[in-house]
Design a protein around this ligand. Structure first.
Ligand code: AMP
Ligand code: ZN
Length: 468
């Protein structure tokens, strides 16, 4: 399989550092607000890449951080008169709700910057010891020119950068040896959260957190590092400079970047009034539609968001969901019999569709073409299933379809909610079992209800239940 590597600007064969394993790091959001639909793009695209790698048999260690210390978080905390921690905790919880709605698998680890300060101090110390960083009055800067490969990801020439920076005197940073140097540690300002360090009471710069978390939860050298294309410079360029200087090995083998999402062909921005959070969209659409919409384009192409395109995404997803539900209905009513030879032959022909799906995904995760293959399978299923078919065949056919939709992370079947009467009936059965001292049965019923999201509470007035 091939992955486009921003570092080489080419599609390269994917060969993991360790056989059968993938170490993958995706830069996560800064949590000071509800996430917007632009933030949702890397989440959905790289979650899909992960799912496909898992389908191919790799064990994927997937790490994605939450940046929970940042100027924007502090600003919001001051506006609301609450702590920065309260703001970040609130928006991490909200972000996780949105992720669940979009069916994004939780990462293996979701580290928080504020919990990793010790590691950051350690890495900054190493950089100072190796001559890659220096302290001026409590601020630590990275000595950019000292890192030979600076600019290799963004293809920027260090002298051009210098020319661009020469006239800019960033307030309070004129003490830098070189305008190109960037902050690793900065002293606190009045009222800001801070940590003790050898240089000052202060907080880390943004770039250092990803270098440290990636090292701690994955390794010095990882397979894939990913994020939106705006992160190539300076964030990822600086991460490379920090990690490679500190660890002495290449940082990431493959760098993946998603292109931007625009609204009605314009950049999404609050000032233009064309800014949507994922939560806004969830009021009008199931978030599965948003996921389907994102995957209908290749992740490296810009994608345009509009009402019309969301409507067509909704129709597209409906076609798939309907096909799955028709198959389920047929299965419920099908005859219990072994698959016939004719059915076996039909199922064999699905192989060609799988070949197309995998070829698309093997080609740098081309989800647009992969969806075309899913539609081919939908069409095939619609015209090759009926009440005459055996249960075994229909079940296998449905499984063929849902395997592909699972790789794309599209939920095609919703668990049916239990009706109130069904719950009351099971509770009565459980009471009866208890009376008969059949505790095994009573527990079984409680677990069954729990699996359906029903929580039981034994009170003095009897059993109460609520939905989780
Ligand atoms: P931030 O919270 O701004 O650091 O963004 C979190 C992630 O969302 C980063 O990977 C960004 O590159 C990505 N991102 C932000 N805006 C957009 C957009 N309009 N389209 C696609 N990705 C975006
Ligand atoms: Zn990062």
């Amino acid at each position: 399989m091939k992955i486009y590597n921003t570092l080489s600007k080419k599609k390269e064969e994917f060969v993991p550092l360790e056989e059968g394993k993938v170490k993958m790091y995706v830069c996560g959001p800064t949590v000071y607000n509800l996430i917007h639909i632009g933030n949702a793009r890397p989440m959905i695209c790289f979650d899909t890449a992960r799912r496909y790698l898992e389908y191919k048999g790799y064990e994927v260690n997937y790490v994605s951080n939450f940046t929970d210390v940042d100027d924007k978080i502090i600003k919001k905390a001051i506006e609301e008169g609450v702590s920065a921690e309260e703001i970040s905790q609130r928006y991490i919880a909200e972000c996780k709700k949105d992720m669940e709605g979009m069916n994004i698998k939780p990462a293996t680890t979701h580290p928080l910057a504020t919990q990793e300060i010790d590691g950051m101090i350690e890495m900054i110390k190493t950089l100072i010891d190796k001559g890659y960083a220096y302290d001026v009055n409590g601020t630590v800067y990275y000595r950019t020119r000292k890192f030979e490969g600076y600019g290799k990801l963004s293809k920027k020439n260090i002298d051009d950068l210098e020319a661009g920076h020469r006239d800019i005197k960033v307030a309070g940073e004129d003490e830098k040896e070189d305008p190109l140097d960037f902050v690793l540690w900065k002293p606190k300002k009045e009222g800001e959260p801070y940590w003790e360090s050898p240089w000052s009471q202060g907080r880390p710069g943004w770039h250092i957190e990803c270098s440290v978390m990636s090292k701690k939860y994955l390794a010095d050298e990882i397979d894939i590092h990913a994020g939106g294309e705006d992160l190539i410079f300076p964030h990822h360029e600086n991460e490379i400079a920090q990690s490679e200087a500190a660890n002495g090995v290449p940082f990431a083998k493959y760098w993946m970047h998603n292109a931007f999402l625009n609204i009605d062909n314009k950049k999404m921005s609050k000032s233009l009034g064309n800014f949507f959070t994922v939560r806004d969209i969830s009021k009008e659409y199931d978030l599965q539609v948003l996921r389907f919409f994102m995957l209908s384009a290749h992740y490296r192409n810009p994608i345009n968001f509009s009402h019309d395109l969301m409507e067509s995404a909704k129709n597209g997803l409906d076609r798939i969901v309907t096909a799955v539900s028709n198959l389920s209905h047929l299965i419920d009513n099908a005859k219990e019999a072994e698959m016939t030879d004719e059915e076996k032959k039909r199922l064999e022909s699905v192989k060609d569709i799988y070949v197309k799906f995998e070829a698309a995904m093997d080609d740098d995760f081309n989800t647009a073409d992969a969806i075309a293959a899913v539609f081919e399978l939908v069409k095939f299923a619609n015209s090759n299933s009926s009440g005459e078919n055996t249960k075994e065949y229909l079940t296998a056919l449905k499984e063929k379809l849902t395997t592909l939709t699972d790789i794309l992370g599209l939920v095609t079947e919703k668990e049916e909610e239990m009706l109130d009467e069904e719950i009351d009936d099971l509770i009565a059965q459980r009471q009866q079992a208890r009376k008969e001292k059949n505790f095994a049965r009573a527990d079984e019923i409680r677990d069954l209800l729990l699996a359906k999201g029903i929580i039981l509470e034994d009170t003095r007035e009897g059993v109460r239940w609520k939905r989780a």
